[in-house]
Design a protein around this ligand. Structure first.
Ligand code: NAG
Length: 134
């Protein structure tokens, strides 16, 4: 996981307004899911986790590998489609996020960092540079 952690640090740092001393293994964003206050968590080893903010109960959890596609309204809503295989029908989750833009770029960074562990040449080949958040 060291390569992924280092890369994640490199990708995430420019997005934040404060310095990161250690590489993040997880980040969370406040939001709402099915009319409940939740934290939308990105976790390098576990993937996506949606946790009830009051009770900390995990509402659902999906590995990054099960994400089929994602879209957003460029304002607050993020839509994620999951499926275990191409054949299996997909499950859609919609989350309202206070910091949509940051959450989306962070999500891309986590997934790229994860991918770099499988294929270390991937990042340099694609020249990925995250857009700074507005
Ligand atoms: C998305 O939102 C940002 C900031 O809120 C804005 O600057 C940008 O123009 C929007 N993009 C589109 C395609 O509407």
């Amino acid at each position: 996981m060291n390569l992924a952690h280092g890369l994640l640090h490199q990708l995430i740092s420019p997005l934040l307004s404060f310095p990161l001393s250690i590489s993040p293994k997880a980040m969370q964003f406040p939001g709402r899911w099915k009319q409940k206050d939740i934290d939308f968590c990105l976790d390098l080893t576990q993937g996506f986790i949606v946790r009830d903010r009051d009770t900390m109960v995990v509402k659902w959890k999906k590995p990054f590998s099960q994400l089929r596609c994602s879209s957003d309204d460029n304002h607050s809503w993020l839509r994620l489609e999951f499926g275990k295989s191409r054949a299996q029908h997909t499950e859609t989750q919609e989350i309202e996020l206070e910091e949509l833009h940051l959450a989306v770029v962070a999500m891309e960074c986590f997934m790229l960092a994860k991918l770099s562990n499988l294929d270390p040449g991937y990042i340099t080949q694609t020249d990925f540079i995250p857009e700074p958040s507005p």
